[in-house]
Design a protein around this ligand. Structure first.
Ligand SMILES: Cc1c2[nH]c(c1CCC(=O)O)Cc1[nH]c(c(CCC(=O)O)c1C)Cc1[nH]c(c(CCC(=O)O)c1C)Cc1[nH]c(c(C)c1CCC(=O)O)C2
Length: 345
């Protein structure tokens, strides 16, 4: 086993394992060099490029896990969606009607992303740490499909659509759920050691809407992997109002964004490993401040199993040296000693 998998499966260890969301990305010069050669989407579809880019951060840094290099939008191409990246996803024809939904294909497990199936064993062969596979959660994928891209202000077109066309919405979410289960099962059978379900925009919805269109589909995806004995991580941002609902998801690990300290979230999520949650902008700060704020996160993580991560993806303006510094700060923190110190204070 490994520190990352032990903690993901609920072990409360002296040292917190660490990995970083978007750890392969534009802040790394070696990533930018490969992207220049292929372009982003081509890179995602080339097994050698996927393998190389997945390995870049684990070669450079002392990380406890690798994450498959891909994008949550990748499996949607096999459903017949016309996608581009600029750099965020852009959908040529937004999905808005029952007929749009009906046209979407539900491909077999082997058809969804054969290049990912080819890359995973190559990564496993070369990596000395476990590999996290991932997919987007149905409601977050729907956000891009309906909005036809990203949104700076809470995906209003999606939220309107959920109110206007609930039947079409449930049909879309049902198809996305089925494809996502197949896609993640493929990743695990190819060799992924854990999976993360990215529901990045879960938090834009009021609790009642998330209860109808979000949680049930995320729960179905996670339950659909229940027989595979790999840890399941569910990650969303801005989810403080949804914690009661997250507490009943079939996931071993809940990812938390940077807004609230882990100690404030922990009581609502009993018997779960928490993952997070340093504010990503801290990585642009002076190294001494990085250490101080990373140790704050670690102190708030005491009281149950904790995987250290950022509260969302790493940003392109981060100097790679600051990442090495952060990992060193996490490594040097003894959670048992800090807990004793806290009790005797
Ligand atoms: C919402 C979402 C997307 N993609 C993803 C999410 C969920 C995670 C999150 O909330 O951040 C998931 C994702 N996208 C990417 C990964 C790689 C694995 C990793 O290192 O974590 C993962 C896990 C690569 C990527 N996906 C994308 C890039 C940048 C593309 C480039 O290099 O030009 C990378 C490295 C493009 C992308 N793709 C998406 C956006 C919003 C963007 C643009 C944002 C940005 O500029 O960083 C959709």
């Amino acid at each position: 086993m490994s520190l990352f998998l032990d903690v993901a499966l609920g072990k409360d260890t002296a040292r917190a394992p660490v990995w970083i969301m978007r750890q392969a990305g534009r802040y790394l010069p070696e990533y930018r060099a490969i992207k220049e050669r292929y372009g982003f989407f081509e890179m995602c579809r080339n097994p050698e490029a996927v393998t190389e880019v997945t390995l870049q951060p684990v070669r450079r840094f002392d990380l406890d896990a690798a994450i498959l290099f891909s994008d949550i939008m990748v499996p949607l191409a096999a459903m017949g969606v016309d996608i581009d990246f600029a750099p965020g996803p852009v959908i040529a024809h937004p999905i808005r009607s029952a007929a749009d939904v009906a046209r979407l294909r539900v491909p077999d497990q082997e058809e969804i992303a054969p290049f990912v199936a080819a890359a995973i064993p190559m990564v496993r062969e070369a990596a000395h740490v476990p590999l996290i596979g991932f997919a987007g959660a149905p409601l977050t994928l729907a956000a891009y499909l309906v909005e036809s891209g990203g949104s700076g202000d809470g995906f209003p077109a999606l939220r309107s659509w959920l109110h206007q066309q609930p039947t079409a919405a449930h049909a879309l979410l049902g198809k996305l759920t089925e494809v996502t289960i197949r896609y993640l099962r493929m990743q695990v059978s190819a060799g992924a050691n854990a999976i993360q379900l990215f529901d990045s925009w879960a938090g834009v919805h009021p609790s009642a809407l998330y209860a109808r269109f979000g949680r049930p589909y995320a729960a179905r995806v996670l339950a659909g992997l229940g027989d595979l004995s790999v840890p399941r991580i569910y990650f969303g941002t801005n989810t403080h109002h949804l914690l009661e609902q997250l507490a009943t998801l079939p996931a071993e690990v809940i990812g938390v964004d940077w807004r609230a300290p882990l100690s404030a979230v922990r009581p609502a999520l009993p018997a779960r490993t928490l993952q997070g949650n340093l504010d990503p902008t801290v990585l642009t700060a002076d190294p001494d401040l990085i250490t101080e704020l990373a140790h704050d996160v670690l102190r708030h993580g005491i009281g149950g199993p904790h995987i250290f991560n950022l509260g969302h993806g790493i940003r392109p303006d981060v100097p790679p040296d600051h990442v090495s510094h952060l990992i060193e700060a996490v490594r040097s923190f003894d959670r048992r000693q800090a807990a004793t110190h806290r009790e005797t204070r």
